[in-house]
Design a protein around this ligand. Sequence first.
Ligand code: MGD
Ligand code: MGD
Ligand code: MO
Length: 929
Amino acid sequence: MGIIDHPMDRRKFLRAGAIAGVAAAGLAGCTPEAGTPDGGSTDSKSSANGDVQATVCENDQAIIDGLGEWKCGLCWANSSCGGYCVNYRYVVDGVVVRSGTDNGHEDTEETPQWRACPRGRSKSQNVYGAERLRYPLKRKNWQPGGVDYHPELRGKDEWERITWEEAIELAGGEIKRIYDNFGPESVLLTSYYVVPSLFGKLGGYWSWEDTVSYGSYTATCETLGLGYYGEPGLPAMNDRLDLKNAEYIVMASGNPAWAATGNPLYYLQLARDNGTQFAYIGPSYNVSASALDAKWIPVRNGTDTALWLAVAYEMIRMDEETGDIIDWDFLNTYTLGFDMNHMPEDAKLEECFKDYILGEYDDLPKTPEWATEICGTPVEDITWLADVMSKKYKTMLLHSFAAFRTTGSENLSQAMMTVALMGGHAGKSGHCFGPGLYAQFAANGGEHLVRFGKYDYIWSDDPFSASALIPGIKGWTAVADGHFTSYSNSNLAGTTSDFHAAEEHDLDIRLWYSCANNSLHTKGNGQLEGVRAVREGNIECIIAQDLLVTDTVMFSDIILPATTPWEGNLDPAEGDVMWVGNTTAIDGDLNGDHNKEIFPAIHPIIKPLFDTKSDGWIWRKLTEAVGVAVEDIFPVSEVQFWFDLTADATFCNENGEWQHIFNVTQETIDKYGVDYQVQTDGVMDLEEFFKQGYFSVDRKLENDPHLFIKFKDFIDDPEANPLTTATGKFEIYSQSKADGYNTTGLSEEPIKPYANYFTPNNGYVASFKNWETKEPGDYPFVLSQPHYLRRAHTQNDGSTWLREALQNPFFVSRPDADAKGIKTGDTVRVWNEYGQILRQASVLSSLVPGCVALPHGAHFDLDESDPDNPIDLGGSEAMLLGPKVSNYHYALSGYNSTLVNFEKYDGDPIPHDGERMVAHIDFDQFDAE
Ligand SMILES: Nc1nc2c(c(=O)[nH]1)N[C@H]1C(S)=C(S)[C@@H](COP(=O)(O)OP(=O)(O)OC[C@H]3O[C@@H](n4cnc5c(=O)[nH]c(N)nc54)[C@H](O)[C@@H]3O)O[C@H]1N2
Ligand SMILES: Nc1nc2c(c(=O)[nH]1)N[C@H]1C(S)=C(S)[C@@H](COP(=O)(O)OP(=O)(O)OC[C@H]3O[C@@H](n4cnc5c(=O)[nH]c(N)nc54)[C@H](O)[C@@H]3O)O[C@H]1N2
Ligand SMILES: [Mo]
C-alpha cells in the first residue's frame, strides 16, 4: 500500500470534505430532497450514514430566501493560467455556499463577461475540502536540534498537533540554530511567491532555478530581439481586438481551453466567426484546436525545430518559383543574417541561414522530406504551412512554451522567428508572432492597462547565491549528493550571456523552507531524487507553509497552515488580518489577459478557518522568533499594505495617461484606519469597487486608443526604436546566442549563430537504438505533460468535484493502444529508467502515434511495498522525469520530451480517481483537540 495514505473509501472521502465545511461553518442539517436551485455549484453533502444523495441543505434554502450576499472571492490558483478571474461567492453566515462568475452584463466583444473556469469555481473545495491544512503539525519522530530527527521516516511518520506558539518556537528555533551553526549556505528556500525578506536579512539562502514554464525560450529572448518585459517574449502578441484582422492564425502548441481559461478561447472564437482560419501544430488535436475548427498539422513533441527549418526551405523554394512568398524588403530592413549580403558586423562565422537551409555547408538541404522523418509532419502540410506563412497573407504565428519545454529546443525560438520574419509578420495589424497562446498572455497582447498600487516594500531579497546557480533539474540530486555543477551565476530569466563554463560546488543543505510551493513534486525528479534527498541527505529540518496537503507537506517536519486569500479581517479588532502579499495577483502587473484589462478586488470574504494563520502573521512571528526587528521586514501594517496596493491602483486612460482608478473618501480612510490622502482623481468609488468585485478598462471596436500592435514602434522607425539585440535588429544570425550557449562546453559540436538543427539528447530521435535502421530503444514513446483542466499544477488535485468530473488518464494513440491490446479505461503501467506509475488509458484518435501524454501535477501516492521498485498509484508525471541535461542548455526543463514505455497492467485495476483519495492527512483525528 502507498505510503501517502491508502486509497480512501469514497464515502469517507466525501464525508471528510463535507465535515470540514460544516465544522468550520456551524452549518448542518441537510434534508434529502430535490436538486439545487441554480447553475451554481455546492459541496456534495452527506447524510449521517455517509450516503451521498441529492439534497437541499440549509444553505440552499438560505439562497432561495436570499439570506446571504454575493462577494468577490477570487481564484488564487496560479497566476499563470490566466490570472485572477472574476469569481463571486455566495456567503451565508460567513460560509461560502455557492460560486458564480461575471454574468451580470451583456457579453460583447468590447466588454466580455470575465468568466471563471472550473478550478476557480470549485475553489471552495480547497478552502473547506479534505486536503485543506487545518492545524499546525509536527512529525512525531522529528525533534529539533539536528540529532534526533529521523529523516528516513519522512513521508511515513505520524503527525502530532501542536499549538501556534510551539510551531513558531520550533520553526524559529531551527531557523536560528541552522543559520548560526551552518550559515546561509545551508539553507534552501523554495517559493515562487512573494516571500518577505527575512531570509535575506539572515544572510541569504539557496534557491534553484530551471527554465520551468518557458523552457529554452527565455535564454535567447534578448539576444534575438524577441522581447522581454519582465517575462520572456512580452508583450506576447497584438491586442485581442486585432485578432480578427488576421487571415490565418497558426497555433504552434498551446491549449488555451485547458491552460488559459478565462476569455482567451472566446477571443479566438470571435476571430474565427469573423473568417480567420486556424491551423494547429502539435502532437494532439486538442480541445482548443477543435473549438476553433483548426486544420491539424501533426508534429511529434520535441521535434518542432526540424519542421520550421523545412518550412523555411519551402518558402525559399516557392519564392524562387513564384516570387511572392518572402518579404525581402522586410528582411533587408529589419533583420540580419538571412543571407550573406546582410550579415551583422560581429559575425565570426561566414555562414548565413539561407545557405544553411539550402545545404551549402553540410550537403543536407532541409527539405520537407528530410524533416518528416524526424517530426512526422506530412510533406504536403509543410508546403501548406510555407504558403500560409508567406507574405501573401496576414498571418499570426502564436505559440505557448510547451514545445520549448523539450530537450534540444535551443534553436526553436530562432527558427520560428526567422520563418515569421520571412513572411513579414511583425509590427502590423493582422500580423504578429510570439507567445500569444501561453497561459496568462494568451490571445491578448500589450502592456497592462491596470496597475497595482505601491507594494515595492514586500519583495524578497535575492538569494545570496549570486555566485553560482543550482540547476533546478538536478537540484534534488545536488541536495542528496552534496554537490552540483553550476553553469550560470544569475537566474535564468536572463540571457545566454549569463552562461559560463562548468564550475563544481559543494552543497550542504540543513534547512529546507517551502512556502507556497510544491518542489518535491514540481522540481526535477522530485518523486525519486527528492525523496532520496529528504531521507538520505543532511536536511535536519523541513518547514512547509501551505494551504493544502501537498507532496512537500507530506514529507516535511513542521507544517504551518496558512489562511487562503478568502480568509481574514481588515479590522485587527475583529481578529487576524488578511495578508495580501502572497496572492499571485501581485504578479498581475506583468501577467496577462484578465489582469490586462481588469483590476480585481482582493479582500477577505470569510473569517479564518480552523487554526490557520495568515502568511503575513507567520512571517512576522518567525521574524520575532529569530530576533530580527519586525519593522525591518514589514515597514507597514498588513492593512496599510493591502490598502496601498488597492487604493493607489491606476489605469491607462483614453489619452494614454496613468490615472487613479479609485476615489477615496476620508470616511473610507477612517474606516480602515490607514495612512492615506483623500483621492478625487479616480473614476470609481473604492467601496463601490469592493461591491462590484472588479474594475475594467473601456474598450472600443472602432479607434480603440489601447489597440496594441507588437513591434510596431520598431517597424515604423527602426533607427529610433532599436531592439534589445547587439545590432538593434532581429538577429537571424546571432553571435551572442552562439557564444553564450557554447561557453557551457556541454556539446563538442558548437551551436550555430543561426537556427541550425542538431539531434536532441532526449526525445524522439534519441529513443532509437539505431536511427538508420529504425531499431527502437527501450523507451520508444515520447511523453508530453499537459497542464490539465482539473488542476493548477498540483493544486486542486484533491477537489472531489474535479476528480469526479475529470480522470487523470494516460493518453495513447489508437494504433499504439491496439498494438498492445489496450482499451480506454484499462489500467496501464508506464515506466522508464527513473520510475513507474499506474494509470487508466484514454485511447485517442487525435494523437500522433508514438506520442503519449500524462497530465502534469497529480499528487503522488508511492507504493513502496517493493522498496527497490516503488510504483506510483497517483500517476505523478514527476516519477518519470529524469535529470537529463539538454545539448547546450544546462537547466532546460524538458518535461515534454520524456521517453517512456507502457503495457497493459496485469495486476488489479486501479479505481477511478473519483473513488480514491490523494495525499492526505487525517485531520479529523485532531478536530476534537
Ligand atoms: N488548467 C491549468 N492551466 C494552467 C496550468 C495548470 O497547471 N493547469 N499551469 C499554468 C502554467 S504555470 C503554465 S507554464 C502553462 C503551460 O501552458 P502551455 O505552455 O500551453 O503547456 P501545455 O498546456 O502543457 O501544452 C499545451 C499543448 O501543447 C502541446 N505540445 C506539447 N509538447 C509539444 C511540442 O513539443 N510541440 C508542439 N507543437 N506542441 C506541443 C500539447 O499537446 C498541448 O496540447 O499553463 C498554465 N495554465
Ligand atoms: N514534471 C513536470 N514538472 C513540472 C511541470 C511539468 O509540466 N512537468 N511544470 C512546471 C511549471 S510550468 C511550473 S509553473 C511549476 C509549478 O510549481 P509549484 O509552484 O511548486 O506548483 P503548485 O502545485 O502550484 O504549488 C504551489 C503551492 O502554493 C500553495 N499556495 C497557493 N497560494 C498560497 C498562499 O497564499 N500561501 C501559501 N502559504 N501557500 C499558497 C498551493 O496550495 C500549492 O501547494 O511546476 C513545474 N514542474
Ligand atoms: Mo509554469
